[in-house]
Design a binder for this molecule. Structure first.
Ligand SMILES: NC(=O)c1ccc[n+]([C@@H]2O[C@H](COP(=O)([O-])OP(=O)(O)OC[C@H]3O[C@@H](n4cnc5c(N)ncnc54)[C@H](O)[C@@H]3O)[C@@H](O)[C@H]2O)c1
Length: 380
């Protein structure tokens, strides 16, 4: 195979961005576009000069593609991915990988069984500050992790929530800030610090008229006994802050600015050996520099997906990696709704029962002024 032929399923705001990224690659071709909305599918088919479909099964069965990207709404990612994988296509799914851990398992298992690639679009992993942080932590700059913190506030006005019938409903999205805005930073946080084994969360809705959570405060416990804290909301303007403390030092991130505090001695050793009752551990503060001129974003994720198919390049975000943030999100929602800590891996059966109930109670929105606009920052 010299060129990967890729079909795009779900051709609203994000799907168009996928088409543009595919068009930039020499070793890939846009095979088709598909959208359940005929007008959208037809318009985009003409615009990109490719066949269009309105049924994803027909598109996949058309045998015109070796791969698909999925940019339909979250609940559909698993269903479409499993169908494509079973029919021998490689799959690149938008974030969130899907809504429930059970559905994410189905995707991972279908990829394994059919020996096809499954990747997830967590494009922020390609950003220079994330690459630098991963390198620092992997090389042991802070030693074993002892504490984490991730505070990731977002802001959305009511008009955003009123712009689509699916937005911020259990039926349409399967969650609120956790499933829509927060997945990127949850992905980076768990990529860098690992997945907790237990989460005790409080979730609530304030300020906006929506049925899903828009504020989350969670206490985290890790396998090695370390503790952590996570917060997200859509009621507060940015900035984002992360701290990862370890035996040998700590890392503080504000947006993309990294500071490394390197202890003069591992803290356990110092604590046991110092003879000075008022001693405090010395540390060196370093502003961490990194190369910024590297390929990033959707373009880089789609390039990697194509190279993984053609040249066996390692996937930047595999299905197994994508599943981790779904575990984190589901644990927060499960704990928030039950008032009890939730273990990770999340109990699949319990979560499905909870989600079924929430979806069945989901109410249709009364005031909607539909606007099909993706956040402009993702359309570059
Ligand atoms: N990676 C990122 O940073 C990023 C940014 C924005 C959106 N997204 C993700 O992309 C996905 C789509 O978001 P969007 O903003 O483009 O939404 P959108 O509503 O603009 O587009 C979704 C499209 O899917 C179509 N669709 C619905 N059911 C379908 C079906 N059965 N078959 C084919 N098409 C179907 C809709 O008609 C619509 O055109 C979401 O999962 C979202 O989380 C990711």
């Amino acid at each position: 195979m010299k060129k990967v032929r890729i079909g795009v399923i779900g051709i609203g705001g994000m799907g168009v961005s996928h088409c543009n990224s595919i068009k930039k690659l020499e070793n890939a071709e846009l095979a088709f576009v598909c959208d359940i909305d005929k007008k959208v599918a037809e318009t985009r088919g003409k615009e990109f000069n490719v066949p269009f479909f309105t049924d994803y099964k027909d598109a996949i069965k058309s045998k015109t593609a070796n791969a698909v990207t999925i940019a339909a709404l979250h609940w559909l990612h698993s269903e479409i991915a499993v169908y494509a994988l079973k029919n021998g296509l490689n799959v690149l799914s938008e974030k969130p990988m899907t809504v429930t851990v059970a559905d994410a398992d189905k995707m991972v298992n279908a990829a394994k069984k059919n020996k096809k690639l499954l990747a997830v679009i967590f494009q922020r992993r390609t950003e220079p500050w994330v690459i630098k942080l991963k390198e620092l932590i992997s090389k042991g700059a802070i030693g074993e992790i002892t504490r984490t913190l991730c505070v990731d506030p977002w802001y959305r006005p009511q008009v955003y929530y009123d712009s689509g019938t699916w937005r911020a409903t259990w039926k349409g999205e399967g969650g609120g800030v956790l499933i829509n805005q927060a997945p990127h930073i949850i992905d980076i946080f768990t990529y860098l610090a690992g997945l907790p084994v237990k989460i005790e969360a409080k979730t609530r809705t304030r300020m906006h008229k929506i049925e899903v959570e828009n504020e989350v405060s969670a206490f985290l416990e890790y396998k090695n006994g370390a503790w952590g804290y996570y917060y997200t909301t859509t009621c507060e303007p940015s900035f984002f802050r992360m701290e990862i403390a370890g035996e040998k030092g700590k890392i503080v991130v504000k947006n993309t600015e990294i500071t490394l505090y390197k202890y003069d001695m591992p803290i356990s050793k110092f604590t046991k050996t110092t003879k000075d009752m008022w001693a405090s551990l010395g540390m060196k503060e370093e502003k961490v520099e990194y190369e910024t001129n590297i390929p990033t974003g959707h373009n880089e994720i789609i390039r990697n997906f194509v190279q993984a198919i053609l040249k066996k390049e390692t996937l930047l975000v595999s299905g197994e990696e994508g599943l981790k943030s779904v575990e984190f999100i589901n644990a927060c929602i499960l704990s928030g709704k039950t008032g009890k800590p939730a273990k990770i891996p999340v109990n699949r059966k319990k979560y499905d029962i909870l989600m079924k109930r929430l979806v069945s109670q989901s109410k249709a929105k009364k005031r909607v002024k539909v606007q099909r606009l993706t956040d402009p920052q993702f359309l570059k």
